[in-house]
Design a protein around this ligand. Sequence first.
Ligand code: SF4
Length: 373
Amino acid sequence: MLWSKSFVQSDAYCPKQSVKLRLGHKGRSWDGFRVGSYVHDLIASGLSDDCPVPMKHTLSIEEMVSAKSLMDNFEEMGIELPDEECFIERPIYSKILKDGEAQEWLDCPAWMDRGSDEWDPGRAVGTAWRFQPDAYFLSKGGKKVTVYDWKTSWGIPSDSSLNKDIQAITYCAALCQMTGAEEAEFVWWNIRWKTGHSLSKPADEWLSLAKPIWASCWEKDRYQTKAIEMDERPGEHCGRCPYSDDCLVELPSYQKIDDASLYQYSERISALSRKVKSDLKARLKGRTSTLPVPGGTVIGPSINKYSKWKRGEKEKGMRKVLETIPDSLPLTDVFDVKGSLGDWLGRLPSELRQYIEEHIEEGSRQVLIKKEK
Ligand code: SF4
């Protein structure tokens, strides 16, 4: 079967979805990537004469505005690429052998090129890995290869997650093998936030990380696809799954609905939550006795006691604390005023608290819900 970082990622979410993608099954496509895909294509067309300018008419007005803003960011970032030994959106593949060894890295035929009308991953025989760097280039002398990847999504991954990034590992390992470079650097350019992260390793380190991934792909291809199709793992991702309309997996109905319907559903739940709270309050106002609820909360009318500054004495009290703080206590610990005055007093060392007792008094208020602290 044909594997790529996207197919490995979808396999982690749901093996059934991933195997259907690898078999080339048609399904409903998720529209959430539309702006990102357009921006990727537009950047590629600006960097290479071989990449066509994408059609803008597929975008709504709002999506066009969003794409323009991302392109403005890209321009402002001033990312430079060398003129020579620089490749844009080049689709590459290799047959993968049993031990995770890549046989030979070659340019993809049209049916392995996602951008081609002939794209059909189901034609793969044996195990193959394909990848398509947004851009990569070699240093002068060819000792180092650098890969650029444009990200347009919201999230910025942590450094530790970048270290385990399937894309960085497999792209860098493959390019080191293919070009003979001794070192590879992967750079994630986040165009939405105008920032970049990079990770550099020697070729043998990238390869030792990539080979177990490729070997696992080879091993997974030894299993019957029918058995893998039984491995359904439902979740939020079902709403983005091309096959959710036909999938009989049992899951809360909202997880299969599209993004607009999911937003409306979440709004209805919020409105319902406000209504339930208001109805509960009305009912509790009618009670004259309290009722303990498991977990320590008491509902029904009760008195909540709390500490408060005596009228006009807050400044005096605070000054006293300030004047009597011993040098050994950090000021930021003492004046950590998160929560109520009672919380602050509870945290205050007793030797300081005694100075302000005379400025504090007990207050009380009627409450309908009293939560255990
Ligand atoms: S709908 Fe969910 S469980 Fe079914 S194939 Fe898609 S991702 Fe898997």
